[in-house]
Design a protein. Structure first.
Length: 209
């Protein structure tokens, strides 16, 4: 009986410890470094004061029309910078929580600055979801600076996009414009992300490359 009780106690401690670790790991993915501002049709996007954003490189499937094309025999994936800035939590008429956010995605392209390629903006706003119109979307990267261990880099840039609501075919679409800038945002580089080169630690528009 004592042995069974001890086993149950050990299992309980392990489960509690695992739960704490998972919660702690989830919390750590949010960041507060840097500066971000955005406006939606001229109205200021209210970013929250804590756990402001997530930012990391991710492996993404190549979509039709992307500018980065794979060599013969390689996997149909690309490395993309994905950044999500979070705002207020809202509730709809059914008491469901809706978190406002501005999401940016573009092909990493080995840390190049200038206008991004395969750029996309996703907006969750006013209980609606908007996606950017490709021909009217611009994400410009003005700075990239690597950390000494190459596990993160700090970036700055700005964006401007015309957005269109998601919806069923035939339904009227709503459009709006979102624009903003970010400074010294820290982007994580997971260990499973394979880059061609990380030899250049800093790059910006004012530095010869």
């Amino acid at each position: 009986m004592k042995r069974l009780s001890a086993l149950i106690l050990l299992v309980s401690i392990f489960v509690a410890g695992s739960s704490f670790s998972l919660k702690h790991a989830h919390t750590e993915q949010f960041k507060n470094d840097g500066y971000f501002m955005a406006s939606i049709d001229g109205k200021t996007f209210s970013a929250r004061e804590d756990n402001k954003y997530t930012a990391e490189l991710m492996n993404k499937s190549l979509e039709r029309g992307t500018l980065i094309q794979p060599a013969a025999g390689t996997k149909l994936t690309r490395v993309a910078t994905t950044i999500n800035f979070y705002g207020a939590d809202m509730r709809d008429d059914d008491d469901n929580t809706f978190t406002e956010s501005v999401g940016l995605e573009y092909t990493f392209n080995e840390g190049s600055t200038g206008e991004a390629v395969d750029q996309k903006v996703i907006l969750n706003y006013n209980n609606q979801r908007f996606t950017s119109i490709p021909a009217e979307t611009k994400i410009h990267v003005s700075k990239i600076q690597w950390s000494s261990d190459k596990r993160t880099f700090t970036m700055s840039g700005d964006f401007d996009a015309k957005m269109l609501t998601w919806g069923a075919p035939g339904q009227p679409k709503q459009t709006l414009r979102v624009k903003g800038k970010m400074e010294d945002v820290v982007v994580s580089v997971p260990s499973w992300i394979m880059l061609k080169s990380q030899s250049v630690q800093t790059a910006d528009d004012d530095t010869e490359k």
